[in-house]
Structures are given as structure tokens and as C-alpha cells.
Design a protein around this ligand. Structure first.
Ligand code: ADP
Length: 496
């Protein structure tokens, strides 16, 4: 078993875990920050709403009928300072600013002056909108002691002796910020730890179960793949359509079917090879044995044999040598075709002319058996696009068979007919015919009908024809009735 297989599932689980934990941390952090942000805002909004009236209240209640805090255009500092400090004793978080009508700071009362570099001016826009909606909405204004920040405030306008301005009270002053930051920090840590621990616990439960469910199918499939690898060729994934990884499950099943199919094919090819070797050795041995017998007789009895006997023995020897060389040639041809060493060289040629040539060639043999051999419907010159020498070989085998399996006084007819874009070639005889049950097998190597027949050949002739047809992308079919005859038909494309 290879290491990649061993580690497939754990590695996937590890990746799922890493993704899961990253998501949890991200979610935790986002949760803490969002909560912190809104808690802070909520806190500030509450403080502003509660104290929204404070500036108004000071102006109306404290100064309206008392000594004015602006005298001759300048601030009555003792009066103003006293009052404000009294207030700050109660609420240390506020800072009070007296602004002119342009937002310029006239005077400020703050608790802690240590790091002061206060601004000279604040923006009036938020103050005016605060006054306009009477402090009903949460709004942030400039922080005179920290130009980079905005802060909650309360504000009110005043008009004293024609002198206009604003009372601007920072509600979350420096003191407030210090306490708030400190508390927020503590809550952040507590919130962070709490949230992380809680989410981790849930994540552990949810993660374990979901990863188990997610990888369930994968484990199942891995098990089946392993069974197949160990030799159980029937191992298949059941109901692949129900699997989470349907494509993979289907592919595995298809692959397994292909492998099993290939193994079966290889087995049958192997059986055929064995059959071929057995048959070839038998086919070669018979004529060789005959040859040996006659040659030995000729050697031993050369003086006692008459001339005519010698002649006869030599004729038999000759015909057996012919048989042998024909068989060897056919075997060579078939094995070349089977090993796909033959590439057809296609070209346009006249199938009519080729047929006439072959008829002329076989005329003598046919005449010896008193068989008429002719081309029917041969008036038209039909051109096909094919390998001329391979087609010649195929036709030769078919004509040879037709003559071989036809009795005296019979006939063998070739016909060439145009069928659309094809030319149909038909070789019909009035011979012995082929039994129906044998017809599907005659194109297989070594399938011979009438095994005992004297006429039997190598059984290679039709196998070669079939291979030639395969090379031309066409098929050969047989129509035959025992005792009536046979027709072999094939098509070739018309040469354009
Ligand atoms: P063989 O060398 O035995 O003729 P083939 O491959 O040419 O081998 O033919 C296979 C078998 O098909 C033959 O043995 C024969 O039984 C049958 N066959 C082929 N052609 C004909 C035909 N024209 N008429 C009757 N039987 C035929």
C-alpha cells in the first residue's frame, strides 16, 4: 500500500480542521470587535442622551438671573469657574468650554491641565445640529484636547447683553476616556476569552460530527478502492448517485468495469492465441507428414517405381508444398493485419476492372470444375476509393472460397452496384451454403464449417477479409442457405 493512500483521509481531515479553526478564530475576533464597537457606542449614546440638557440647564437656571458670566465682553472667570468646578466635583468626566459665535474658545474649565495643548476653535456644525434637534440624536463633536478624536457633548446657545456664543460641554472628557478605555480593555479580554472558549467547545462538537459526516462517503469509497486493489474485481460503489462525490464514485465504477472488460478481452485473446498455435501446428504438420512420406517412398523405391507412379508422387509432393507455402503466407498476412502493421494506402481505382482481372485469373480453375464465373452488371465502370492491393486480396479470398465450396455445374457471380455514396460488391455462389448457426463465426480465425470436409483450408481466408474491411471502416456480411448457396456483400466508398 502506498503512503499516499494511507494518508489521504487524515490529510483531508487535517485540512478541514485548519479551515474550521481559522473560521472560528475569525468569527470570534469579529464578534469581539463588533460587540466592543457597539458597546462603546451604546455607552456614549446613553451618556449623551442622559446629559443632553446639561448645557441648556446651566445657562437657563444658573446664569439667567444671576450675575452675567460675560461682563463687558470678557468672561467672569471667578463666577464661571466656581460654578463649573462645583459641577465637576459631582461629574468628573465633563469639560466645559465657552465659545464665541464662530466657535472660538473663550474660556475652558477642565480638571486636568497637565498635557494641555487645547485647540483654539471647534467646529460649529455638530453643535448647531445638536441644538436644532434638542439633543435627540447621537452626534459627535470636536474634542478640543485631542484634535484626532470626536466626542459626545452637550451644547446650548447664549445671548448675553448682545454677546452671542455657545456653552460646549464635553461629556466624555479625558477622565471619562481613561476609565472607559481601561474598562473596555478588561471587558475585551474577558469577552474574547469567553467567546473563544465557548465557540471552541461548540466548534469541537459541530466540527467533529460534520467532519465525520463529510468524510463518511470518502472512507466508504476508499475501502472499496482498496478492496478492488487487493483483487476483489467485483468491488463497486453501491448507489453512486447518493454519494456526496457522485462524479468520483461513477468514475471509479466505470474504471473498474473497463479494467475488468480489458482483463476479459485479454483472456479471450490469450485463448485465441493458444487455439491459433494449436491449429497452426496441426495445419503445418499434416502436409509436412504427407511430404515426408512421399519423399521417403521415392528415395527408397526409386528403382522399383514406374515413371507414372513417380510422376503421381511428385504431383502430390508439389501440391502439399503449395498448401504449406499458402498457409505460411496466409499466416504471415493475418499476423501482420492483426498486429496493425498494415496501413491502407487509399486511392481511386476501378473496381470493375479489378473484378474482370480476377475473373480472368480464376477462369481456368473455375472451368476445371465446370463452374461458370462471371461479372454481372459490369457495363458501368465503377470507381472506388480504397487500397487496391488489399481489396484485391479480399476479393481473391472470396472468389477462391466461392469456387472451392461450389459443386460442378454451379455458378459464381460477381456484381457491382452503386448504392448512394457507396459501391456494393456482391459475390454469390450456388454452393454448399453455410448453416445459420455457423454464419456468425465464419469470420473468426480457425472457425471452419464442416471440419471433416476434404476441402477445408486454413480458416484464415475470411479472417483476413474481415481485417481488410475493418481497415476500410466497412463490414462484410453473409447471406447463405445450406444447399442453395452463399452471398458475401461489402461496400466501398465511391471515388469522387
Ligand atoms: P477456409 O480456408 O477454411 O476456407 P475461410 O476463412 O476462407 O477458411 O472460411 C471459413 C469457413 O467458412 C470455411 O471453412 C467454410 O466452412 C465457410 N465458407 C466460406 N466461404 C464459403 C462459401 N462461399 N460457401 C460455403 N461455405 C463457405
Amino acid at each position: 500500500m502506498s503512503t499516499s493512500e494511507k494518508t489521504l483521509t487524515p490529510r483531508l481531515v487535517k485540512k478541514l480542521w485548519v479551515a474550521f479553526i481559522s473560521i472560528i478564530f475569525l468569527m470570534g475576533a469579529s464578534y469581539v470587535f463588533i460587540t466592543g464597537y457597539f458597546a462603546n457606542k451604546y455607552n456614549q449614546a446613553t451618556a449623551q442622551r442622559v446629559n443632553s440638557n446639561i448645557a441648556n440647564h446651566i445657562i437657563e437656571e444658573k446664569f439667567q438671573n444671576a450675575s452675567p458670566f460675560l461682563e463687558d465682553g470678557s468672561v467672569n472667570k471667578p463666577l464661571f469657574g466656581d460654578l463649573m468646578h462645583d459641577m465637576m466635583a459631582v461629574n468628573r468626566s465633563i469639560e466645559v468650554y465657552l465659545l464665541d459665535d464662530k466657535g472660538g474658545i473663550l474660556y475652558s474649565v477642565v480638571l486636568d491641565h497637565s498635557d494641555d495643548a487645547p485647540a483654539k476653535k471647534v467646529s460649529l456644525a455638530p453643535i448647531q445640529s445638536f441644538i436644532a434637534d434638542k439633543g435627540a440624536n447621537y452626534i459627535l463633536g470636536d474634542n478640543p484636547r485631542n484634535a484626532n478624536t470626536k466626542t459626545i457633548f452637550s451644547a446650548a446657545a447664549f445671548d448675553q447683553n448682545g454677546r452671542k456664543g455657545y456653552m460646549y460641554i464635553i461629556l466624555a472628557g479625558k477622565e471619562f476616556q481613561l476609565v472607559s478605555d481601561n474598562l473596555l480593555g478588561q471587558y475585551f479580554i474577558k469577552l474574547g476569552i469567553g467567546t473563544t472558549l465557548l465557540t471552541m467547545l461548540f466548534a469541537l462538537l459541530v466540527g467533529l460530527s460534520s467532519i465525520w459526516f463529510l468524510t463518511k462517503n470518502l472512507r466508504l469509497i476508499t475501502g472499496i478502492v482498496r478492496r478492488f486493489q487487493e483483487g476483489d474485481l467485483n468491488a463497486r460503489i453501491k448507489n453512486p448517485e447518493k454519494s456526496d462525490i457522485e462524479v468520483f464514485a461513477n468514475s471509479f465504477n466505470d474504471m473498474a468495469d473497463t479494467i475488468v472488460g480489458n482483463i476479459d478481452q485479454m483472456k479471450s485473446v490469450d485463448t485465441l492465441r493458444r487455439e491459433l498455435i494449436a491449429n497452426v501446428s496441426h495445419d503445418l504438420r499434416t502436409p509436412l507428414a504427407v511430404l515426408k512420406g512421399y519423399v521417403e517412398t521415392l528415395q527408397m523405391k526409386k528403382d522399383s517405381l514406374s515413371e507414372s507412379e513417380k510422376e503421381e508422387y511428385l504431383d502430390i509432393t508439389h501440391s502439399n508444398i503449395d498448401k504449406l507455402s499458402k498457409l505460411i503466407n496466409q499466416l504471415f498476412e493475418y499476423s501482420k493485419l492483426e498486429a496493425e502493421q498494415v496501413t491502407p494506402v487509399k486511392e481511386p481505382f476501378s473496381i470493375t476492372e479489378l473484378s474482370y482481372d480476377l475473373i480472368a485469373k480464376f477462369k481456368v480453375i473455375a472451368a476445371q470444375k465446370n463452374i461458370s464465373l462471371a461479372l454481372d452488371k459490369g457495363e458501368e465502370n465503377s470507381m472506388v476509393f480504397a487500397d487496391v492491393s488489399l481489396v484485391e486480396r479480399a476479393l481473391q479470398n472470396l472468389i477462391e472460397n466461392a469456387i472451392k465450396y461450389t459443386q460442378s455445374d454451379g455458378s459464381v457471380t460477381l456484381s457491382i452496384t452503386r448504392k448512394g455514396k457507396n459501391i456494393e460488391i456482391n459475390i454469390t455462389d450456388t454452393g454448399s451454403g453455410i448453416p445459420k448457426n455457423e454464419q456468425p463465426f465464419i469470420f473468426d480465425r480457425f472457425k471452419q464449417v464442416n471440419k471433416n470436409s476434404k476441402k477445408q483450408g486454413s480458416g484464415l481466408g475470411l479472417a483476413i477479409v474481415k481485417k481488410i474491411m475493418d481497415l476500410h471502416g466497412t463490414t462484410i456480411t453473409v447471406l447463405s442457405k445450406p444447399k442453395e448457396g452463399s452471398s458475401f456483400v461489402f461496400n466501398l466508398p465511391v471515388a469522387l
